[in-house]
Write a protein that binds this ligand. Structure first.
Ligand code: GLA
Length: 380
């Protein structure tokens, strides 16, 4: 059933606006967005859809395909952080961040997340972006995409309570089809880097381990705090501002864990720069090696990997991938592998077998194609 019919079934009338915003895969630049580094994510073809009907009062009602039977109620004038069920906070938080001086009437909203939830593909940022993009369109505010991304991040940080960086919201809003988004997370200045692996006989395979992760538990915040602590001790605003050489020279000022966390971030910022060069030169061997180095750094220094992610990466590399790594916050979710298109079936088979042998849940696979960012898909 189409989302407009589902909206109609719940609210008894047809929606006037439907928006879509994608999930993302981060090619490289992991756990650097809150350290001021550049990141290189792209949008995937799976979207979070949101159908809107404007109301004449200030009420908000939200229903979701993923939460049948639940309707969350709110009011644009009386939203406070942590209000509502967790899933609905990503929607209400965007209303709250934009504020009732901008959002001047209520809405009925039906959402349908086609981005797998908990798979490390940013279903939450996709949901926030679909709401912010639609409201900007509806009220003709003409806020820029980076401005909308900041509102979405504020919603997630302060309303949902997740201390995430800006990468996921920015790429969901700013992505273009066929390109990866090179984003400076300090300024949100961006460049679209053409990214079409198929021309070169390659594919980026996404392996969803089906181990669900949640940034709301303490691990993500702990990593972020470690990086901020390192920056403070080293007297810089963010870890972006210290060179790898200076960092090594001042190593003794940091305790071992803080050093390792910061070392990941500082070397990852350099790897991202090198990956952009490798992509420009179509040097996929170099790109693959950088992806694998990132995985090792996330696994051993940042310690945010898990056995399923390590297994997916190791097996992919052992069977011909040019490189592979876990993506996103960590502790589960998805890995990516840069592979020759012709080897996809055999690599998937090897990973599935290894997962079965280890007693892990059956993984899911798909090819990630750089897709468009947030947009309006229907308007009445
Ligand atoms: C999550 C966060 C992002 C980013 C990544 C790690 O996806 O939402 O802001 O920090 O983890 O790179």
């Amino acid at each position: 059933m189409e989302i407009s019919e589902k909206f109609n079934e719940v609210f008894g009338y047809s929606p006037e606006l439907i928006s879509a915003a994608p999930g993302r895969v981060n090619l490289i630049g992991e756990h650097v967005d809150y350290n001021g580094g550049d990141v290189l994510p792209f949008a995937i073809s799976q979207n979070s859809l949101a159908a809107f009907g404007a109301r004449s009062d200030s009420k908000i009602r939200i229903a979701s395909q993923q939460k049948p039977g639940e309707i969350i109620q709110g009011d644009i004038h009386i939203l406070t952080p942590l209000y509502g069920q967790l899933w609905s906070r990503y929607v209400l938080g965007v209303f709250w961040a934009l504020g009732d001086s901008r959002v001047t009437n209520g809405f009925d909203i039906y959402i349908d997340s086609q981005v797998p939830i908990g798979a490390g593909l940013s279903s939450s940022a996709a949901l926030e972006s679909s709401i912010a993009y639609a409201l900007n369109h509806f009220f003709h505010w003409n806020l820029s995409l980076p401005e909308l991304a900041r509102f979405c991040q504020k919603a997630e940080n302060d309303f949902v309570g997740v201390p995430c960086g800006i990468m996921d919201q920015a790429v969901s809003l700013m992505a273009e089809e066929g390109a990866a988004l090179l984003l400076d997370t300090r300024t949100l200045a961006s460049t679209h880097i053409p990214f079409d692996l198929s021309k070169d006989g390659l594919e980026l395979l996404v392996i969803d381990t089906q181990v669900h992760h949640d940034l709301i538990d303490g691990g993500y915040a702990e990593r972020r705090n470690s990086c901020e602590k390192a920056a403070e001790i080293l007297g810089v605003k963010t870890l972006r501002e210290i060179s790898a050489e200076d960092f090594e020279r001042r190593k003794s000022e940091l305790d071992k864990t803080t050093y390792l966390r910061a070392h990941h971030a500082i070397t990852e910022i350099v790897r991202t720069e090198l990956a952009v060069q490798a992509l420009g030169n179509k040097d996929y061997v170099a790109l693959g090696n950088l992806l694998t180095q990132t995985h090792i750094s996330l696994r051993d220094e940042f310690t945010v990997s898990c056995p399923e992610l390590n297994c997916a990466v190791d097996v992919a590399i052992a069977h011909g991938a040019l490189g592979a790594r876990m993506i996103g916050g960590g502790y589960g979710g998805s890995a990516i592998a840069l592979i020759q298109a012709g080897e996809r079936v055999s690599i998937e088979g090897e990973i599935s077998t290894a997962f079965r042998d280890q007693g892990f849940i059956e993984p899911r696979f798909f090819a990630a194609l750089p897709s468009a960012g947030a947009r309006i898909i229907e308007q009445r």
